[in-house]
Design a protein around this ligand. Structure first.
Ligand code: PMP
Length: 309
């Protein structure tokens, strides 16, 4: 896939090759950065791009900047305007995945709190075939870091070292991806996605105090499954052995959307095929992000002031 013509750096739209930062930034030296992954869904009927739950994404980015004690914070209005400027410059007419990164710029030391830089990239991202066929997960030998060391709740870039170790190990061992247990041996999440299973007719997902990212897709599914599908949803500890005795499982996130899990540690989940409830949740999720469910239109923000011509 080709790169977009423009990226956004420090609120300016710049050609792709010019979006550079210095090697001595605290972001590079100490991992002092926090980011968001969000999606803009292209709606061909309305010639408009709809940002999905953008306000929740911006709030999580703000919480990350607060955690890292970035001094001169950047307001949501400015962040949103810079994003819209970028989308307009690239003239997108397709669904995009957006990465918005707030980082410590300059050449400060570990205690620096500014200046705060912002980088935004929007990349076309077609549907993953994994959403249809599902994936095989392996329980990682790496444990998830926890709230008293590297808080997984927020999307600091440095947290992804833990995710990367687990993902690389899983691939090395022949799995598509990893499932990571927390320090208590309970299921936390996949390297870049949250986890759900169906067991005894109920939908279960680790609670937000299980050392997971406080995922916006997870919250969306919890709400949709209970309110629209009438499912009983449990947010609770999940034991490893439940993984081997559940009927369905899937992972979810803004980028992957909803991907069925067909095997865990080489044991089939249910009959080893994507499950019926998982399919129902996928269908509903895709209808909601496409703007086809009026009750949830409030989660969609048009990116452009006027429809594209
Ligand atoms: N967990 C982790 C570790 C992630 O990186 C992501 C992707 N942001 C998720 C869960 C899903 O979060 P969200 O639904 O907010 O994209």
């Amino acid at each position: 896939m080709s790169n977009p013509e423009f990226l956004s750096l420090n609120h300016r739209v710049v050609p792709f090759a010019e979006a550079r930062i210095h090697v001595l930034t605290p972001a590079f030296k100490y991992g002092a950065s926090v980011f968001e992954g969000l999606r803009g869904y292209w709606n061909p009927q309305q010639n408009q791009m709809f940002l999905f739950r953008v306000h929740e994404h911006l709030q999580r980015l703000q919480a990350g900047m607060r955690l890292l004690r970035f001094a001169d914070g950047v307001g949501n209005d400015r962040l949103l305007q810079s994003l819209v400027d970028l989308l307009e410059a690239n003239k997108f007419r397709e669904t995009v995945h957006i990465r918005m990164l707030a980082f410590l710029d300059g050449d400060g030391e570990i205690g620096a709190s500014g200046p705060v830089g912002v980088a935004i990239a929007a990349l076309a991202r077609p549907l993953s075939p994994q959403g249809q066929i599902g994936i095989k997960l392996g329980v990682s030998s790496w444990r998830r870091m926890n709230d008293s060391s590297m808080p997984p709740r927020l999307k600091t870039t440095a947290n992804y070292v833990n995710s990367r170790l687990a993902a690389l190990e899983a691939r090395h061992n022949g799995f598509d991806n990893a499932l990571i247990l927390n320090g208590q041996g309970k299921v936390s999440e996949a390297p870049t996605a949250c986890f759900f299973m169906v067991r005894h007719g109920r939908l279960a997902t680790p609670s937000v105090t299980s050392d997971i990212l406080e995922s916006i897709t997870r919250a969306t599914i919890v709400e949709l499954a209970s309110e629209r599908l009438g499912l009983r949803v449990e947010e609770r500890d999940i034991d490893r052995t439940e993984l081997y005795d559940c009927d369905e499982a899937f992972i979810c996130g803004t980028g992957p959307e909803i991907i069925p899990v067909t095997h865990v540690d080489r044991l089939p989940v249910g009959n080893g095929q994507p499950g019926a409830i998982t399919r129902q949740i996928q269908d509903l999720y895709f209808a909601v992000v496409a703007g086809s469910v009026p009750d949830y239109a409030r989660w969609l923000t048009p990116a452009f002031a006027a429809a594209r011509s």
